[in-house]
Design a binder for this molecule. Sequence first.
Ligand SMILES: Nc1ncnc2c1ncn2[C@@H]1O[C@H](COP(=O)(O)OP(=O)(O)OP(=O)(O)O)[C@@H](O)[C@H]1O
Length: 241
Amino acid sequence: MEKAIKIAGLTKIYKNGRGISDLNLDVDQGDIFGFLGPNGAGKTTAMKMMAGLIKPDCGDVKIFGASVLDNYVVAMKDVGCIIETAESYPYLTANENLKLYARFYPGVDQNRIDECLEITGLIKYKNEKSEKFSLGMKQRLGVAAAILSKPKLLILDEPLNGLDVEGMLDMRALIKRLAQEDGTTFFISSHLIHDVELTCTRIGVVYGGKLVNVEYTKNILSDYASLENYFVSEVDRNGRV
Ligand SMILES: Nc1ncnc2c1ncn2[C@@H]1O[C@H](COP(=O)(O)OP(=O)(O)OP(=O)(O)O)[C@@H](O)[C@H]1O
């Protein structure tokens, strides 16, 4: 089967010498891939290149076989993403925000919008302006917008940011449900070890601008007491920065 994501030699170093270098990584269809690393490890930089928001110094990203650099429109056809913060129009209601996004997708009607509001737990706030939303509610609205067109791949940067415990449980359940029921592939960044352990089927550890290892969660947990133990041992093995 075609890889959902194929990253080869992807590098972006900022003028201050930080960033991410020589990232090589394949993500299979159906994976819930966790991109785990501390603040500043280079996760957002990598994801911005994957979504075509910044240009790499070198390397390429292919999504379902299409290059983000050479064939952007085709590569992004079946992708939904939230990078950094989920933006919305503050003076529009949740429903109006989604209607605006829906115009990009011919197949998305009011039924699908309601379904996405329902899935993300926002249906009761459907007619409230997003300026009145908490961070977690804005995050949910971002997810609702990202899933409108039923993308085959969702790229989510820190999707649990700003969510309370219940919100985290909901979001985790939502990710698993979409993966199981619709076969959606996920690429999720997080610095929350416990969350990645509970959510992701495969994990790549990034540290100091490098991918230090990639392994299936079940293999990690059969060899280590917890993902945290694995993470610490991988970081030590590669030399702390
Ligand atoms: N526009 C920029 N110019 C210069 N340096 C940058 C820029 N953006 C990010 N960096 C630096 O590159 C490194 C990687 O940043 P990045 O945002 O990719 O990390 P991250 O893993 O997403 O971290 P976080 O979990 O805090 O979001 C950091 O040291 C950061 O300071």
